[in-house]
Design a protein around this ligand. Structure first.
Ligand code: CDP
Length: 579
């Protein structure tokens, strides 16, 4: 096993392995022909070219240098498809897509074909299957012939399984079904078999009315989408309990709060938003796509009179460059389907977010599960959000408002905007490995662990802040590290000072309520949605999960996904024991 040391550009050996294995360009024989610096340069140069669309004399070299500086400095990273494809022939740069699934063979199989094309280019997709007529409905002259939405999800999954994203990974999909669909009970248990739909996250879309009925224990109606007829009455509490029970068993389905999402729909004139994408972070209209980019909060600190503090001046300079970068991406993107290009260029949604929040907290000595963390989350996200919206407003003056601005909420507020929405918090599954920080807004998984994502290759990772503190305070030794790898019980090791144990709190030791509070703090300043998993210990009960679903709704989240430890077979990271 190798240990973590820093390499040029601040890349860890693990980051370098991920880049070598999946991102750096290769020749026809498979030999790597690009350095990480070369990759970052390729991306910065390609994205800067868009400046010429607005100003024929633009100094694209200077803009490219600015983009390169923030990317190579690991201060901001664009989503994986941009790193992979910018400046290449493939050229598809967005991570998130939404495809409509209408109730006709022709159109629903268009969705299957588009799925293949999007996955091939590295994107993930959100679907809503609520418009598909229920299983067993009449088709043409034939009674009892419709396969129904759950069968269609399996067809889409077949296409998705067939394609590996540009040979690098399997795409993530999110499927939403409205709780009023007649096949809802089948949908809730669609992932009961652990081998089924492994790259699909299922969520049930629930309205405020449904949640009120759950509280009252009242009934509600299932409605056939093809006839608009009420076909059956179910008890809302019973359905909610089935969702909870299945989520307790397998982590799926999650919930999507449809009224909350549509409260923040920036373009209501274009229709209601019905689904969220791949990992839940982006709520969009049919055919929209979005490129994400994440600010590395671990690098947004400064030393102020011997104390670390958030470097708001640095953030203030960084955010407009990141917004400009993401707006440029829309212009140079090679979209997989013309309808996606039209919808995306009409609203120009971008998804600027953060990663490394836990690393920032650790450096500041703030436990993740504390009110100070909530205050910091709100303060930082409010700053980033207001600066990003300001930057989009400035871009609108320079380049014009997004084409669907008329009828948008921005028009009614009288604020010119280049992008219908600006902020999204992505999972940053791979980006966080490249930047060497905790993913998105998640707490750390462990202070010391073995990462096993690279096809059997194991790499010991010691959290660098933990190692630094442990050395400074004299409790770093080989035996402790080996014991922490064997069991993730840092909280129980009495030789580690209590303040250190509190600051290095791991995901499994953060109570579900604190997970939700942190997610809600970020959501309050995120105009799109927030990707987050709420971890439960293995011995959590169905009541615990029901309580957190209700809390998520009351705290104003747009959706929620839970994970009870060991309820699924594979976990991407492992210590021998996650208790
Ligand atoms: O870190 P990276 O840019 O690779 O991706 P992420 O932030 O973990 O995920 C962002 C989005 O990329 C997800 O919501 C999916 O839409 C898509 N994605 C995917 O399709 N397949 C994956 N294996 C990972 C991400």
């Amino acid at each position: 096993m190798k240990t973590l040391t820093q390499l040029p550009l601040g890349l860890s050996p693990n980051a370098l392995r991920v880049l070598e294995k999946r991102y750096l360009k290769r020749d026809r024989c498979g030999a790597i022909i690009e350095t990480p610096e070369g990759m970052f340069r390729r991306v910065a140069d390609a994205v800067a070219i868009a400046e010429r669309l607005y100003n024929a004399k633009a100094d694209t070299g200077a803009v490219a240098d600015e983009f390169y500086r923030i990317i190579a400095g690991l201060e901001f990273l664009p989503n994986s498809p941009t790193l992979l494809n910018a400046g290449t022939q493939a050229g598809q740069l967005a991570s998130c897509f939404v495809l409509p699934v209408p109730d006709s063979i022709e159109e629903s199989f268009d969705a299957v074909k588009y799925t293949a094309l999007i996955h091939k280019s590295g994107g993930g997709i959100g679907f809503n299957v609520s418009h598909i007529r229920p299983k067993g409905s009449p088709v043409g002259e034939h009674l009892d012939a419709a396969g129904g939405p759950v069968a269609l999800i399996h067809v889409i999954a077949g296409a998705a399984d067939y394609i590996r994203q540009g040979g690098v990974r399997r795409g993530c999909n999110s499927v939403v079904m409205d709780v009023t669909h007649p096949d809802i009970l089948d949908f809730i248990k669609a992932k009961n078999n652990p081998q089924a739909l492994t790259n699909f996250y299922n969520s049930v879309s629930v309205s405020d009315d449904f949640m009120a009925r759950v509280r009252l224990g009242a009934d509600y109606y299932l409605v056939d989408p093809s006839t608009r007829q009420e076909v059956r009455r179910l008890n809302a509490r019973m359905v909610f309990d089935r969702i909870v029970d299945q989520a307790w068993r397998t982590g799926d389905p999650g919930l999507v709060f449809s009224d909350r999402i549509n409260c923040d729909n920036p373009t209501p004139a274009l229709g209601r938003i019905e689904t969220v994408t791949g990992c839940g972070e982006q709520a969009m209209l049919p055919y929209e796509s979005c490129t994400l980019g994440s600010i590395n909060l671990a690098r947004m600190l400064k030393n102020e009179n011997g104390e670390l503090a958030v470097d708001y001046d640095k953030l203030d300079r960084l955010v407009p460059v990141a917004v400009r970068f993401l707006d440029n991406v829309i212009d140079i993107n090679k979209f997989p389907v013309p309808a996606i290009e039209t919808a995306t260029k009409s609203t120009r949604k971008i998804g600027l977010g953060v990663m490394g929040f836990a690393d920032m907290l650790i450096q500041l000595g703030i436990p993740y599960n504390s009110t100070r963390a909530i205050t910091l989350a709100e303060e930082i996200m409010e700053f980033i959000s207001s600066r990003a919206h300001g930057a989009s407003h400035e871009l609108a003056r320079e380049r014009g408002v997004f084409p669907a601005y008329a009828g948008s909420v921005h028009e009614s507020r009288g604020v010119a905007m280049r992008n219908a929405s600006c902020i999204t918090i992505a999972p940053t599954g791979t980006l966080s490995i490249i930047a060497g920080v905790s993913s998105g807004i998640e707490p750390i998984f462990a202070a010391v662990f073995v990462r096993n994502i690279l096809d059997g290759e194991n790499l010991l990772e010691i959290n660098p802040y933990f190692e630094k503190l442990a050395r400074e305070r004299g409790f770093f030794n080989r035996e402790l590290i080996e014991q922490l790898v064997a069991s993730n019980h840092l909280h129980a090791r009495k030789e580690i000072p209590e303040d250190v144990r509190k600051v290095f709190v791991t995901a499994h030791r953060v109570s579900p309520q604190w997970h939700v509070r942190i997610q809600a703090a970020f959501q309050r300043h995120t105009d799109n949605a927030v990707s987050k998993t709420v971890n439960f210990p293995h011995d959590a009960t169905q009541e615990d999960i029901a309580g957190v679903f209700m809390m998520a709704y009351e705290q104003g989240l747009k959706g929620i996904t839970v994970y009870r430890d060991e309820s699924r077979e594979s976990q991407p990271l492992c210590t021998s024991d996650t208790g």
